[in-house]
Design a protein. Sequence first.
Length: 254
Amino acid sequence: MYVSDLITEDIIDTWCGNDRILIKSPCGTGKTKFITDTFYTYAKQRSKKILILNNRRFLKQQTEKECEGKEDVITVKTYQSLEQNLDYANMMLGEYDYIVGDEAHYFFTDSVLMNSKTYKLMPILEEIDRPVIFMTATPETLEQWITFNANNIFDTEKPPQIEKLYYFRKRKAIDKLLKVIPLDEKVIYFCSDLRYMEELYNQYKDECMFVCSESQEYYYKKYGFTVEFSEGRKSGSIRYELHKDYLSIPIIHK
C-alpha cells in the first residue's frame, strides 16, 4: 500500500490549525511522491505553500530534484538550517501553510548527539499554528512525545523487508560471508571503524565503493567518492538515507 492510497484530497481538506499528522511509512511506500504529486496538486489549486524539512543534505538535494518545476509551491530545507537561527525559524515557518517533517525520527536519534538546539526546534514545530506532517518509518519515540489524533495517523502497513537477523561476534565471519556472496547479489556493510573499512575496501576495491561523510575529511578526500544523481551511473544505486555522519559504508558489488 502507498501513501497516496491512504491519503486523499478529502482527507487533506480536514487538516487545519495546529493539527499534527503522522505518516508511518517505510522506504518504497511513496512518501515523496505523495508530497510532490497529490499534495502539490492540492496545494497549488488553493494557492497554498508547503515546506519540506529533511535531515540530510543529500536527501535535500534528492528531494529538490524531484520537486523541479514545483518550486512555486514547495520549498525544501534541512532541520539543521533552521536550528542555526531559531528566531528566524519561528518567523519563517509561519510563511507556509503546511510543514512536512521528513525522516522525523531525526529528533530522537543522531540529532541529539550533534546539536542541542534540536530540543528547541521541536517545541516550535509542536506549537506553530499550522498543520505539521511527520513522516517516518520508526515513529515509536515520536508518538511518546506528541499526541496524535487517531484520525491523523496513517500507516502503510508494509510487511517487514528483513526476513532474518544473524549476529556475529568476530570480523572473520564478515570476511567469510563476503567470499560466498552469489554473483548476482549485493551487500551493504555499515562500519564504524574506518581503518577496518579501508582494509576491507582495499581487499575488494575492484568490486566496491567507499562511501563516507564529508566530516571524515581524510578518507573523503583520499577516495573522492561523489554522489551523483544522473541515471545510468554506478552511483545511482545508492540511497541517500544511508549517509550518516557517524557511519561509513563500503558497498560491495559482486
